[in-house]
Write a protein that binds this ligand. Structure first.
Ligand SMILES: Nc1ncnc2c1ncn2[C@@H]1O[C@H](COP(=O)(O)OP(=O)(O)OP(=O)(O)O)[C@@H](O)[C@H]1O
Ligand SMILES: [Mg+2]
Length: 260
């Protein structure tokens, strides 16, 4: 059997390294990070503050270049593209969701959803498409609201819709529940997992919160820029259990050379 582009994991990260600064103030933000995400898989990267989570997402998104290693999305090595081609590739293949929603305040929910496609192709998506997306997001009755008329959880669901509208290869979410209360946070995590299970989306979520990570299929633990462990969430009955394991892993690697 021959391998086709379809068989390749949509996200391949190989031996990624990135540091900031010079001399004594030099920080190794990522050290030899490798990961693969399969089509329809939800991977969480969990780590304490400063462990390199946002740096990793920015490199996967092609927002920053790596010092070492490769990021391959949908079979394409990001380092092989420059400026305009990379920008177009990113619009087509990568959807981003941030802690601070980043919606356009003067636009309604449906216009916020349409915007990425207008930017990309200069035309609006079919209304049926928007309707279906609003239903998936549970926002059918909010389509004409502006962001300031929505709860935080609703705003974040719009941001997820905006990240999905161009049918990207992967959705990257950076602390997507960071500004939400625990009930809205849970709903959002359920939505992300449903997008993978039922809609075949591929998602990477970075978080410091085990209650968020437990919703993913697989959890990679990042510490001081290194992946020190990969956990299968099906082996954990609760966020609490996963949280205990996470703390054990951080303690175990404390002070040690975490190369394992
Ligand atoms: N542009 C930059 N210039 C210098 N240092 C940076 C830069 N970006 C990140 N760093 C450093 O790299 C390390 C990793 O930062 P990063 O933002 O990836 O962490 P994080 O895991 O996302 O943390 P948080 O949970 O607080 O968001 C930190 O020590 C940070 O200070
Ligand atoms: Mg961060």
């Amino acid at each position: 059997m021959t391998m086709t582009a379809q068989d390749l994991p949509p996200v391949q990260v190989q031996n990624l390294g990135k540091s900031f600064g010079q001399g004594k103030s030099r920080v190794n933000a990522l050290v030899n990070v490798s990961l693969e995400v399969r089509q329809g898989e939800h991977v969480a990267v969990i780590g304490p503050s400063g462990s390199g989570k946002s740096t990793l997402l920015h490199l996967i998104a092609g927002l920053t270049g790596a010092d070492f290693g490769r990021v391959v999305i949908a079979g394409q090595d990001l380092a092989e593209m420059k400026d305009r081609r990379l920008t177009l590739f990113r619009r087509r293949h990568i959807g981003m969701v941030f802690q601070s929603y980043n919606l356009i305040p003067t636009l309604t929910v449906e216009d916020n959803l349409r915007l990425p496609l207008l930017l990309e192709r200069g035309r609006a998506p079919a209304n049926g498409r928007i309707d279906a997306l609003l239903t998936t997001l549970g926002l059918e009755n909010r389509r004409r609201h502006r962001p300031d008329q929505l709860s935080g959880g609703e705003q974040q669901r719009v941001a997820i819709g905006r990240a999905m509208i161009a049918d990207p290869t992967v959705i990257l979410a950076d602390e997507p529940t960071g500004n939400l209360d625990s009930a809205s946070s849970r709903n959002l995590c359920k939505l992300l997992q449903r997008l993978c299970d039922e809609h075949g989306r591929t998602i990477i979520t970075v978080t410091h919160d085990p209650a968020v990570a437990v919703w993913a299929d697989r959890v990679m633990v990042l510490k001081d820029g290194r992946i020190v462990e990969t956990l299968d969430t099906s082996a954990y009955d609760s966020a609490r259990e996963l949280g205990v394991r996470f703390l054990e892993i951080l303690d175990r690697n404390e002070g040690a050379d975490a190369c394992a």
